[in-house]
Design a protein around this ligand. Structure first.
Ligand code: NAD
Length: 372
């Protein structure tokens, strides 16, 4: 069996796989080939992949055509689908709910496509959960980026010249990214507050030494996968009212609020931004799914009445080497889970809970219930 790791588009800093993980695939008895230059952006040469046992491909389309499995970070480019081998497997962040045409093209080309976003959140699949592995690093990067932009220090400092107060950081949405943002801001010495609509989060916030902001917004629910359910517009208004004071007192706000499969909720309004002190910073981590903050723009720093709103869509890419390492491991763990050692093939069992959750197209059909 042959796996091909093509180079990502030019804007992507992360690589799909690092040499150590390539070696683990090879140890399973799989032929690994990588496109030349795959690791350039994370300072890893072709020679290091070759030393791990990978073949270096200089003909991307030929490698697409011969591979049994193609792994990418980002969804396939529409034009490359024509080169993929019939019945081959394509694994990536496919974004299937927003990429209907791409999904039907993959089905027509008889590709078995797997969406990394849809790996179910069950214990057995945690090691394959790339949403979490990337969100964790994104939470870290969001805090580092905000600290670079803020014109004050995060920790309190008691000096002969006087006391510098700690930065006040407010984290809105405490899933994987939010928890890491809290932990990172605490490590840097900030005074941290946080809010989430899921009440179970309060204990987790407190265990990190941060304060949970209590806002009564009535009943809220979470799905069996742990995702928040969408709030009503009245609940959003109650949330905004409850957050106004904390927002106006914060030096940094980091928003991570997401509702799976839906646009991100708009939580921070323009008047809430304007109530912040000039020089304050907001990082909108939901910018690429619609944004939590009024006025945030994808991949831009927006300056509004002295407040900087950061809308970076690829925060894991700020720590690209680590992001590449954990993404590659997620891929390895997935393939290893279904690897049939004797016959050296992937046991593509659609009855399995993990595969039935994340396989989108198979044998010419869209097989995933949510994608359908
Ligand atoms: P996510 O990226 O979907 O959302 C981020 C956070 O935003 C969530 O905590 C959500 O509750 C919150 N949110 C939604 N609307 C909001 C609003 N209006 N205001 C404030 N916050 C709002 O979430 P995630 O990071 O993917 O994690 C969701 C949960 O799933 C977490 O508790 C996480 O620990 C859990 N999880 C479980 C597994 C597993 O394998 N069991 C794996 C990963 C995550």
């Amino acid at each position: 069996m042959q796996i091909f790791f093509p180079k990502e588009e030019a804007h992507e800093i992360r690589a799909t796989i690092l040499p150590e993980v390539a070696k683990k695939f090879i140890d399973l008895g799989i032929d690994v080939s990588i496109e030349t230059g795959l690791g350039e952006s994370v300072f890893i040469s072709d020679e290091l992949y070759a030393a791990a046992g990978a073949k270096i491909s200089t003909d991307r389309n030929a490698s697409f055509s011969s591979a049994d499995v193609v792994c990418k970070l980002n969804k396939p480019n529409k034009d490359e689908i024509q080169f993929l081998k019939k019945d081959s497997i394509h694994i990536s962040f496919l974004d299937p709910f927003n990429e209907k045409d791409l999904v039907s093209d993959l089905a027509s080309a008889e590709i078995s496509s797997i969406s990394m976003e849809l790996v179910p959140r069950i214990t057995r699949a945690q090691k394959m959960d790339a949403l979490s592995s990337q969100a964790n690093l994104a939470g870290y990067s969001a805090v580092i980026e905000s600290s670079r932009t803020l014109s004050k220090s995060f920790p309190m400092m008691m000096t002969a010249a006087g006391t510098i107060s700690p930065a006040r950081v407010f984290v809105v949405g405490v899933g994987v990214a939010g928890l890491q943002a809290i932990a990172t801001a605490k490590r840097l010495g900030a005074r941290v507050e946080a809010f989430d609509t899921r009440p179970v989060v309060e204990e987790q916030v407190k265990s990190l030494g941060a304060k949970f902001v209590k806002i009564d917004i009535g009943d809220t629910e979470e799905t069996d996968q742990g995702y928040a359910k969408e709030l009503t517009s009245e609940q959003i208004k109650m949330q905004q009212e409850g957050m106004k004071k904390v927002c106006s007192q914060s030096d940094v706000i980091i928003t991570t609020a997401q509702v799976f499969g839906r646009p991100a909720p708009r939580i921070i309004t323009q008047d809430m931004v304007e109530a912040m002190q000039p020089g304050s910073v907001i990082v909108d981590m939901a910018v690429s799914t619609g944004g939590n903050v009024e006025g945030s723009k994808n991949d831009e720093y927006v300056f509004h009445e002295g407040v900087t709103i950061i809308g970076m869509s690829n925060l894991p890419g700020e720590v690209a080497k680590d992001a590449s390492q954990v993404f590659g491991s997620n891929l390895y763990n997935m393939i290893e889970e279904f690897w049939d050692k004797e016959n050296k093939v992937i046991n593509f069992d659609l009855e399995d809970e993990i595969l039935s959750g994340c396989v989108i197209t198979h044998k010419g059909n869209i097989v995933n219930e949510s994608a359908k």
